[in-house]
Design a protein around this ligand. Structure first.
Ligand code: HEM
Ligand code: HEM
Length: 140
């Protein structure tokens, strides 16, 4: 059971890589006026999968830690950064849901959306690195 969280979050990260590259294309089109293709529906669909997986995985990580060791925070920085992540994922989700229907241009909100998801992505990279350490210490 303890393996579900790491595997889920790894899957979410792989999907997020693709979603981020799509978003960077949109950024280049919208703000840098470059000609770039943007798969709007695909970004929305896989963006939802990645963000909701991150959220579900976070809750599961907390739950499994509490169930197994009766305490939270044993993983140190992995716990701290995990708790830092959810507000960014939430802002990315809320703005994403508002932006998902093309209704004129909202470059400001798109920027907030892109930035908070980019921060979440960088934090997820940190989680992978510290998560591997957690697997070695606690699971193997
Ligand atoms: C890991 C998750 C995600 C990442 C890394 C991500 C990243 C980005 C980035 C970098 C942009 C470009 C922002 C800009 O041009 O200033 C963007 C645009 C967009 N994203 Fe996401 N996104 C994610 C999830 C989502 C979700 C869950 C939704 C919908 C529910 C969504 C809907 C959109 C839409 C509609 C745009 C175009 C907005 C516009 O140009 O008006 N994204 N995303
Ligand atoms: C978005 C990415 C991630 C988030 C937000 C996240 C968050 C968390 C949180 C909040 C906990 C509870 C920690 C505690 O109470 O000390 C946890 C536990 C844990 N995390 Fe992560 N994590 C992520 C990715 C990963 C990855 C990629 C791995 C492994 C490669 C991993 C491995 C672990 C392990 C082994 C635990 C112990 C509990 C369990 O196995 O279910 N995490 N995580």
């Amino acid at each position: 059971m303890l393996w579900i969280h790491p595997l889920l979050q790894l899957a979410a990260l792989l999907i997020a890589i693709r979603v981020l590259f799509m978003g960077i294309n949109r950024f280049r089109f919208q703000h840098l006026k470059r000609k770039c293709p943007f798969d709007w529906k695909g970004h929305v669909k896989y963006g939802k999968v990645a963000a909701w997986l991150w959220m579900a995985g976070l809750v599961l990580g907390l739950y499994m830690a509490q169930q197994s060791w009766g305490a939270l925070g044993l993983t140190g920085p992995h716990y701290d950064v995990g708790m830092l992540m959810w507000p960014f994922i939430l802002v990315g989700l809320v703005t994403g849901y508002i932006l998902q229907k093309p209704s004129g241009k909202r470059p400001g909100m798109a920027l907030v959306h892109g930035a908070s998801n980019a921060v979440a992505f960088v934090l997820a990279l940190h989680q992978t690195w510290s998560g591997v350490e957690a697997v070695r210490l606690l699971l193997l």
